[in-house]
Design a protein around this ligand. Sequence first.
Ligand SMILES: [Zn+2]
Length: 269
Amino acid sequence: MPEIPEIASRAAEMNAALAGKKIQFCEILQPKCLNLPVDQFQSAVTGAVIQRVTYHGKWIQAETSQGWLLVNMGMGGEILLVDPVHLPVKHRLIINFSDGTCLSINFWWFGYVHFVTVDELPLHTMTAKLGPNVLDLSESEFSQILKSQKGKLKVFLLDQTKVAGIGNAYIHDILFLAGLHPLRALTSLSDIEIHQLYQGIQNGLLPALKKGGAFYEMNLFGQKGNFQMEDILVGYREGLPCPKCKSSIVKIKTGGTSSFICPTCQPEK
Ligand SMILES: [Zn+2]
């Protein structure tokens, strides 16, 4: 599932490559990914000029001259800038631009392509309910949000309404870098531990972001991300030695999810 390193990379690529392009027409092969009936969606986006592309949580948000195009890749997929004769075999939606290029969107499983006017954006509940992008927060802002919450650490970090952008792939290394067990109670964290957590989030996400995201996702031009399996510290490395203390990494059940931790570096207390 794409998380901040992949989403922020795609948004930056789209911002650089798509700004100024005018949507000529849109082909929709999967109407259920839309928030509007097909004909309404098509007329809403036709003629729109893309102005800038940003992201919020796991949503890519393109501001156009006619409103916001909002894309959520769900479990993953590809957004590719191609010319129409080189369309990928798998696609669910094609946005054709007036310069002859097109954007092909494919979801591996299911995703969303929504269009809202500027006035409707605050009413788009799927994005309006999201907390701030976790990488946009200062340490004191992050600390304030965390201290206003109760419950377990991992559940908090994955709750997109509190802080947005962390998912099930990068969270293992974030918690390992912070030296914190996923089941720690938020109210038990000291200021030093919250500082470690803030650092862990930066150091767990930025290296992947700088590498254009994970190897299993493609960029706008069809190249794979450069963040490789061997760049991962403890995630999905059950039985292998901890990179800090050489203890065996274990996979544990944490509520409805699994977690990979070093039991020595991340004691439950
Ligand atoms: Zn360790």
